[in-house]
Design a protein around this ligand. Structure first.
Ligand code: KG4
Ligand code: ZN
Length: 343
């Protein structure tokens, strides 16, 4: 059991291609270890079968590393939190099975966490910000698998206001980066190159999607089509226009996100925005959202990069909120590849 008044929670995240374990004491992060799987770059995307095998390989070492770094013995733990979904089923199963076995062996509670809620609640890790968002706030979660705007009323009340109808914004970045010759995930390369290019050099269309939903597959297809067609005419096209293509793509993506967030602010009257997910690392998006927040006089919460990408500390903080209200799972709990953020 916990030695102090705050619970000691071990958290496990294995929904995609990062095996991660963290230890939290209350809202304080004692460790947050991530084993990233590099081999997917060779295949241009995450290969589910390889991902689950790699989780299997890494999980024991990553959990031990998190406990050692936190200087916590297994017997001191108060509970174990794990990602139930959404994500790749084979990957989730590794984390779920491990968490169940350890909770049973230690005879401590098991806590199931929704990965998307985790991205949002990452803002409450004490190390993430000196100040935390106040409820209700709007969360924009942008990653390789998701694009969502969520109204967060309380740590256990999430209302989905809009989401992508097709591709996630990260997929648009990564597939577009691929035709420019970058390895998966190419989003960060687009970001670097965009800083050197002209955002108005190429004009890409903003999709016409009603309400707070998004669509990125049309933009991705348009980008790939333009590059492929121009390359047929001139094989140096990409080489000569790489920075301008990256800047124009990033500008269009940013515009889409800004327009939808502005509409969400208008429709809800909420004065705080918290962003998360790997794509929240993008410097153009950060700059544009900072400008939007100033223009609209709202508060913007942008966590450090390590809390944006997939990590177990975000699962640990979500577990902490559930621990406070004894919201525990029983040992029959199962992974869910599709698992809605709404609750
Ligand atoms: O949240 P995350 O680590 O994993 C999930 O998808 O859940 O997000 C990964 C995504 C990838 O698509 C990657 O290209 C994108 O985040 N990404 C970026 C940047 N850094 C990471 N996209 C654009 N600009 C960046 N700086
Ligand atoms: Zn994620």
């Amino acid at each position: 059991m916990s030695t102090g008044e705050h619970p000691l929670i071990l958290a496990i995240e294995s929904s995609c291609d990062d095996t991660s374990a963290a230890v939290l004491r209350g809202t304080q992060m004692l460790s947050n270890c991530v084993a990233t799987q590099q081999m997917h770059a060779l295949y241009g995307g995450v290969v589910p079968e390889l991902a689950s095998r790699a989780h299997q390989q890494h999980i024991v070492a990553v959990v031990n590393e998190a406990l050692n770094e936190a200087n916590i013995a297994k017997n001191d733990l108060s509970a174990i939190a794990f990602t139930k979904g959404p994500g790749l089923l084979g990957s989730l199963l590794v984390g779920v099975s491990f968490a169940k076995s350890l909770a049973q062996a230690l005879a401590i509670p098991l806590i199931e966490v929704n990965h998307m809620q985790g991205h949002i609640l990452a803002h409450f890790i004490a190390e993430a910000h000196p100040e935390t968002p106040k409820f209700p706030f709007l969360a924009l979660t942008i990653s390789g698998g998701h694009t969502q705007i969520v109204r967060v009323n309380a740590p256990d009340q999430f209302e989905l206001l809009g989401q992508t109808l097709d591709d996630a914004v990260g997929e648009c970045f990564d597939k577009s980066a691929k035709v420019l010759g970058f390895e998966y995930p190419g989003g960060p390369q687009i970001d670097k190159l965009a800083a050197l290019g002209n955002p108005n050099a190429f004009s890409f269309s903003i999709p016409n999607v009603s309400g707070l939903d998004f669509s990125f597959s049309g933009l991705k297809t348009q980008f790939i089509r333009v590059v492929t067609q121009e390359m047929k005419k001139d094989s140096h096209f990409v080489e000569m226009n790489k920075a301008d293509l990256a800047a124009s793509l990033q500008y269009t993506i940013t515009e889409i996100l800004v327009q939808k967030l502005e509409l969400a602010l208008h429709e809800t009257g909420i004065g705080q925005i918290a962003i998360g997910g790997g794509v929240a690392a993008n410097s153009g998006i950060r700059m544009a959202l900072t400008a939007l927040a100033q223009r609209k006089n709202v508060q913007l919460f942008v966590p450090e990069l390590s809390y944006c990408t997939d990590n177990a500390a975000m699962i640990g903080i979500s577990g902490y909120f559930k621990y406070l209200v004894s919201d525990f799972a029983d040992l029959s709990v199962q992974a869910e590849a599709r698992y809605a953020v709404q609750s």
